[in-house]
Design a protein around this ligand. Structure first.
Ligand SMILES: Cc1cc2nc3c(=O)[nH]c(=O)nc-3n(C[C@H](O)[C@H](O)[C@H](O)COP(=O)(O)OP(=O)(O)OC[C@H]3O[C@@H](n4cnc5c(N)ncnc54)[C@H](O)[C@@H]3O)c2cc1C
Length: 408
C-alpha cells in the first residue's frame, strides 16, 4: 500500500506545524490539513493573542530554526508580579515578585505575538521537502486499518499514513470521530483581549492581578506596549465587549491603574469564552492528540501553547526513536510512551490552573484575606519562589531533547 506520508496531521494552527517540523528534522514526512486557507492563517494582522513562551519553549523554537526568525519581535519577560486586587483600588499591599535573577538560566520566558510565531512556523513548513500542506481542506472521516490510517477530505480525496495526529484544537473532530470523550467545564468567564501602548516603560515585567471576576494579566510586548488579557464573568464580558473603544478603555482603566502612565488602545479587541476541555484519552492505535485537542485549559497561567509544545517535543522524540529502532510508529505500545511521559505534567498543570482560578476569582472576605496573606508569605520564601520560577520557565520534570534546545 502506497502511503502519502508517515504522519497525517489534522490542524495547521501552531502545534501541528511545530510537530511536522520536529518530525522532518529526523526524516519523517507529514501532510498537514487545515480547514482555513494558508493565506488566512498567515495573515499578519494582530489578532490580540500574544504568548508567554517559557524558556524551554524558546529553546525548542531555537532548535527548530524558528527563534532566529522571530527573536527581534519577542520581548524578554524578566519579572512577574502577582497580586490580589479590586477595580479602582489598585493591587493589594502584598504581592509575589518572581525575579529572573533567582535562576541562572536567564529570562523565564518571552512574550511573542501570535502573528509572528504563526507566520514563521508556516514559512518553515513551506520550505520543508518532507512536509506537504493541503488547505483549505476539512477532514470529514478517518479510518484505522491494521497497517495504516486513512482520512477523507471534504472534496472526497483519501490520504494514507502510518499515524493520524489530531492538532485540531479545543473542539477536536479527530478525537470525536475516534469516540474519545471529553471532560471539563465552562468557567462562565470570558477573556477580553487587547494590546495597549503606554507612556512609561514596562521594563520587561509581567503583572497578574487577581480580581473578583477573574485574573487581569498585563504582559510586556516590544515598544512600550502590553498585551491585556482581562478575564470577566461571561455576563459582564457580554456587556463590555460590544462597547465603543472609549467606553471599553474607561472600564479597563480603574483595573489597569496608572503605574505605566497614560494608556492607549492599539489594534482590535477580542473576546474568547473560557472553558476547560480535556480528552479522556490522548492515544489510540494509529492516533495521537496534541495541543488544545488534548487539553484546552484556562488562559490565566498563559501555559496553553507551552503545554502543546511540550506534547510536540515529546511525541516527536518518541516517534523518531521508534522509527530509528524500526518499530511501527502507529503501534499503540509506541504511542503509550508519549501518553505516559506527558500524563503527569498535563494533569498537574490543568489541576493547578483550575484551582488557582477557583481560589482567586471571587470576592469572599475570608478567601481574600487568606490569599493576600498567602501571597505575602510566598514572597518571603525564596526556595518556594524559585520553584515557581523554574515551573513557569518550564524547567522542571523529565524534559525531551527539543525542550533543552537539542536536536532530536
Ligand atoms: C487570548 C488568548 C491568549 C493566550 N495566551 C497564551 C499564552 O500566553 N501562552 C500560552 O502558552 N498559550 C496561550 N493561549 C493558548 C494558545 O493560543 C493555544 O493553546 C494554542 O493556540 C493551541 O494551538 P493548537 O495548534 O493546538 O490549536 P489551534 O490553534 O486551535 O489550531 C487548530 C487548527 O485545526 C484546524 N481544524 C479544526 N478542525 C479541522 C478539520 N476537521 N479539518 C482540518 N482542519 C481543522 C483549525 O482550522 C485550526 O487552524 C492563549 C489563547 C488565547 C485565545
Amino acid at each position: 500500500m502506497k502511503l502519502d506520508a508517515d504522519i497525517l496531521i489534522v490542524g495547521g494552527g501552531l502545534n501541528g506545524p511545530a510537530l511536522a517540523l520536529a518530525l522532518a528534522s529526523g526524516g519523517l514526512s507529514s501532510v498537514i490539513f487545515d480547514a482555513l486557507p494558508l493565506a488566512t492563517r498567515r495573515k499578519p494582522a494582530f489578532d490580540g493573542r500574544a504568548y508567554a513562551l517559557s524558556l524551554t519553549s524558546v529553546r525548542m523554537l531555537g532548535a527548530l530554526g524558528i527563534w532566529d526568525i522571530v527573536a527581534d519581535e519577542a520581548q524578554p519577560m524578566l519579572d512577574i508580579k502577582v497580586s490580589d486586587g479590586r477595580p479602582g483600588e489598585g493591587a493589594a499591599p502584598y504581592f509575589v515578585h518572581f525575579d529572573h535573577h533567582e535562576i541562572s538560566e536567564g529570562p523565564m520566558g518571552h512574550m511573542l505575538e501570535d502573528r509572528y510565531l504563526r507566520r514563521a512556523l508556516l514559512d518553515r513548513v513551506k520550505a520543508s521537502k518532507l512536509i506537504r500542506q493541503i488547505a483549505p481542506a476539512r477532514v470529514v472521516e478517518q479510518m484505522v486499518m491494521p497497517a495504516h490510517t486513512e482520512v477523507v477530505l471534504d472534496d472526497g480525496q483519501v490520504l494514507r499514513g502510518r499515524l493520524l495526529v489530531g492538532a485540531d484544537g479545543r473542539r477536536s473532530g479527530v478525537a470525536e470521530r475516534a469516540g474519545i470523550a471529553r471532560s471539563g467545564h465552562d468557567y462562565h468567564q470570558s477573556g477580553l483581549v487587547c494590546a495597549v501602548k503606554h507612556e512609561l516603560p514596562h521594563n520587561g515585567v509581567a503583572y497578574q492581578q487577581f480580581m473578583p471576576s477573574g485574573p487581569l494579566a498585563i504582559l510586556p510586548l516590544t515598544g512600550d506596549r502590553s498585551a491585556v488579557v482581562w478575564t470577566e464573568t461571561t455576563e459582564r464580558a457580554a456587556v463590555i465587549n460590544p462597547m465603543s473603544d472609549k467606553a471599553f478603555m474607561a472600564e479597563l482603566h480603574p483595573r489597569f491603574g496608572d503605574f505605566l502612565g497614560r494608556i492607549k488602545l492599539v489594534g482590535k479587541r477580542y473576546c474568547y469564552p473560557l472553558d476547560l476541555t480535556l480528552a479522556t484519552e490522548t492515544v489510540q492505535s494509529r492516533l495521537a492528540l496534541i495541543g488544545d485537542a488534548a487539553h484546552g485549559i484556562h488562559y490565566l497561567a498563559g501555559q496553553g501553547l507551552n503545554l502543546g509544545l511540550r506534547d510536540v517535543a515529546t511525541l516527536g522524540e518518541v516517534l523518531l526513536e521508534a522509527a530509528r529502532r524500526g518499530e511501527d510508529i502507529g503501534n499503540l505500545l509506541v504511542l503509550q510512551r508519549y501518553a505516559q511521559w506527558r500524563g503527569v505534567d498535563t494533569a498537574m498543570l490543568t489541576a493547578s490552573t483550575d484551582l488557582i482560578n477557583k481560589l482567586f476569582s471571587n470576592d469572599n472576605f475570608m478567601l481574600r484575606t487568606a490569599r493576600v496573606a498567602g501571597l505575602g508569605l510566598v514572597d518571603k520564601m525564596p526556595g518556594l519562589r524559585r520553584g515557581f520560577i523554574r515551573e513557569a520557565a518550564g524547567l522542571s520534570g523529565n524534559l525531551p531533547r527539543l525542550l533543552k534546545g537539542q536536536p532530536i
